[in-house]
Design a protein around this ligand. Structure first.
Ligand code: B1M
Length: 210
């Protein structure tokens, strides 16, 4: 097995204590940092996304893969040249006002980062005004919102309404998710829905292209 394959497998298997040494080994062997990223780490992350979608991997395994990706990036990042990483797009992400659930949102953020998106995660319990202000400030391609409570779907609705009222934010694409969300409520609000972290990546890619 070559070193890039070993690195891809580290991501897939969540080998967070091994990956730093393997990335260093690849760098020492003269492999270009971008090749290590694309043909090692991201290749592994893509398989994680596919297997999660198919129900072959579960949340704890995906979180371990994401942590392994972070460990590998620690070693790789200082070696990457500007322009090596093609940014897929920028996303402002938040769990909406009144809602403290963030495990799912973090998972969505990690998968999006793995797919090359720059994420500005505003955290949990974020007011509509704070989300609107962040959208004005960062000018992202997409604003993403997560809610896990039936009651906080109303905050989500308020936030979408506020974004649509402001000339500076009315055209920003919106994606929502979380247990009480579904395609119908998303359409009603003027937003886009995805059911899980893997579908969120597919949706974000298609929204940026649209
Ligand atoms: Co809460 N909680 N909780 N909770 N909690 C639920 C959501 C609940 C369904 C449990 C239940 O009663 N069966 C229920 C909601 C009922 C409802 O409104 N219909 C509930 C309740 C009632 C509450 C409290 C009110 C309890 C209380 O205090 N009486 C309280 C509310 C606090 C608040 O938010 N204001 C509360 C508190 C908590 C904890 C703090 C203890 C903790 C959260 C810790 C944290 O997140 N840091 C917690 C937890 C852990 C849960 C459950 C058990 C698990 C949620 C989770 O993390 N799932 C949950 C029951 C359940 O779901 N089984 C429950 C794993 C995660 C990976 O999945 O979040 O669904 P999920 O994310 C998925 C998708 O939804 C999607 O992709 C993710 C990955 O695949 N997704 C997106 C999510 N966001 C997305 C955004 C996107 C796209 C996809 O685009 C932007």
């Amino acid at each position: 097995m070559d070193i890039l394959e070993i690195i891809a497998n580290d991501i897939l298997d969540g080998e967070m204590d091994e990956i730093a040494d393997h990335v260093q080994e690849a760098l020492d062997a003269g492999i270009a940092p971008k090749t290590i990223l694309d043909d090692g780490m991201l290749k592994g992350m893509n398989v994680v996304g596919e297997q999660f979608k198919e129900g072959e991997l579960f949340v704890p395994e995906v979180l371990m893969s994401a942590k392994t990706m972070d460990e590998g990036m620690e070693v790789l990042k200082p070696n990457l040249q500007e322009g090596d990483v093609t940014k897929a797009g920028t996303i402002v992400m938040a769990t909406v006002k009144g809602d403290l659930h963030d495990i799912g949102k973090k998972l969505v953020c990690m998968m999006l980062e793995g797919a090359g998106f720059e994420i500005h995660d505003l955290g949990v319990d974020v007011t509509p005004e704070a989300i609107r202000d962040a959208v004005k400030d960062k000018n992202p391609d997409i604003v993403g919102m997560s809610a896990m409570l039936t009651t906080t779907m109303l905050s989500m609705q308020d936030t979408v309404a506020l974004l649509k009222q402001d000339d500076a934010t009315k055209d920003t694409k919106i994606m929502i998710g979380g247990a009480p969300a579904n395609p119908d409520v998303a359409t009603e609000m003027g937003a886009n829905y995805s059911a899980d972290a893997s579908a969120a990546v597919d949706l974000a890619v298609s929204l940026v292209k649209a």
